[in-house]
Design a protein around this ligand. Structure first.
Ligand SMILES: [Zn+2]
Length: 213
């Protein structure tokens, strides 16, 4: 198969095919050393771009090294990824013409506060490279945080009034600065069954199998 890397409208460099690819073809393997997730978090804590691909139950990742790592994300992709015996393959989910850019849905997860905006340009672009499920999880989390913050504010306001009433002469003390435990993790991709809603934070061995396909 003739795969080449050149500049892409989606993002930086992309992977293109110079020959037509039939639907169902195993196009290329996502290669690279397999490392523990913790090791990946350590390695890439301060790197904005990673090429990690979560496999199995997510405790291991492939640290992408090879042509497949150049394949961009799209919300309307022509490929998907499949994990077969611990190896990740990029599969064509439709016929692909010569000259087309290959893409698959990254279904990112595990990115903490990082944003992963999508510029794929698809009609149904969900605006993010996170999986639909991860986006829902993040929304829930944000809502929870906002509620907690509102509650804390209320409590603070209450106790402040109380304090004022109790002893107006006490020296003013600055409130402790909130320490944010930023367990920043690196973004990871995950294998993707045909539906646009793919993997979870604790994905089953084979998402495809789990979906009963
Ligand atoms: Zn998109």
């Amino acid at each position: 198969m003739g795969l080449i890397v050149r500049s892409s409208l989606i993002h930086a460099a992309g992977c293109y095919t110079t020959t037509p690819i039939a639907k169902g073809t195993r196009v290329v393997e996502y290669t690279g050393p397999i490392i523990d997730k913790e090791e990946a978090d350590r390695r890439y804590e301060h790197k904005p771009i990673t090429y990690l691909f979560g496999i199995g139950d997510g405790s291991k990742v492939i640290d992408g090294h090879g042509i497949a790592m150049f394949i961009n994300h799209s919300c309307d992709a022509n490929c998907e990824t499949e994990e077969i015996d611990g190896r990740v393959w990029i599969m064509a989910i439709r016929d692909i013409a010569a000259g087309e850019e290959l893409c698959y849905d990254y279904c990112l997860y595990d990115g903490d506060d990082e944003e992963a905006p999508c510029n794929c340009g698809a009609k149904k672009c969900r605006g993010s490279m996170y999986s639909a499920e991860e986006l829902r999880r993040r929304k829930r989390l944000a809502l929870k945080r906002a509620k907690e913050q509102a509650a804390a504010k209320k409590k603070k306001a209450k106790s402040a009034t109380k304090k004022k009433q109790a002893r107006t002469d006490s020296p003013r003390k600055d409130p402790p600065k909130p320490t944010k435990a930023s367990g920043k993790k690196t973004l990871q991709r995950k294998t993707s069954p045909a539906s646009p809603q793919r993997k979870s934070t604790a994905p089953p061995k084979s998402a495809k199998k789990a979906r009963g396909k």
